[in-house]
Design a protein around this ligand. Structure first.
Ligand SMILES: [Zn+2]
Length: 209
């Protein structure tokens, strides 16, 4: 195997493409087993010695983000802490969902420390700003942080396609949390209200199903 192949890794989309092409080989190569078709495509279209190598590269691609500490892994990409052995498959599923979502959304929500910083500074502004405009901006910052946390969860559980956009989220959240009257009036005039879309006290959007 060339060094180039090792370096370039093997993305979620490469793997999906490889498997889709192997499926179409059912027609053109009816005498081969499914495993043989996967390896045929790996060799023919991806320059790999076999399908097992494609799987190994995919695993390596994912695990390069994981730092392990004993039995526990911590992924810097999908922000998941998990038991390396027992929760390996769960991590891969979550990690790949996030890869797929990012491919379409082109936007990584704030997470971890950055999210906390936005939340803290926005809360201060929402409470302490001397003008209504300032407090409205503070509340919008808080809602942006909640929104990012909500859509990040949806990206990891595969429901992001249905997740509301930010303006719609604001119209939902202002009817699900305590907001001072003057701020509420201003936000409602800008975004409207969608009562009942989020449960009271709930900031994480959930697909109704
Ligand atoms: Zn991950």
């Amino acid at each position: 195997m060339s060094e180039e192949t090792t370096m370039s890794g093997f993305s979620f989309f490469d793997m999906r493409e490889l498997k889709a092409r192997a499926e179409t080989c059912a027609e053109t190569h009816p005498t081969l087993t499914h495993a043989q078709r996967l390896s045929l495509v790996a060799r023919r279209d991806f320059g790999l010695p076999c399908f097992v190598e494609a799987r190994r590269l995919r695993e390596q691609d994912i695990m390069q983000h994981v730092e392990s500490d004993g039995d526990v892994g911590k992924c810097s990409f999908c922000h998941f802490t998990f038991r390396l052995r027992e929760e390996r498959a769960w991590h891969v599923t979550r990690h790949e969902r996030l890869e797929e979502a990012l491919h379409y959304l082109h936007h990584m929500p704030l997470v971890g420390e950055q999210l906390k910083r936005l939340m803290d500074s926005s809360w201060s502004q929402a409470q302490d700003a001397p003008t209504l405009e300032g407090r409205v901006a503070g509340y919008l910052g808080v809602f942006r942080a909640w929104y990012d946390r909500s859509i990040f969860g949806s990206m990891c559980d595969g429901t992001w396609r249905e997740h509301p956009d930010f303006p719609m989220y604001v119209s939902m959240i202002i009817t699900a949390t305590d907001v001072p009257h003057d701020v509420l009036d201003r936000l409602a005039s800008l975004y409207g209200r969608r009562p009942g879309s989020l449960r009271w006290g709930e900031s994480r959007w959930q697909e109704v199903g």
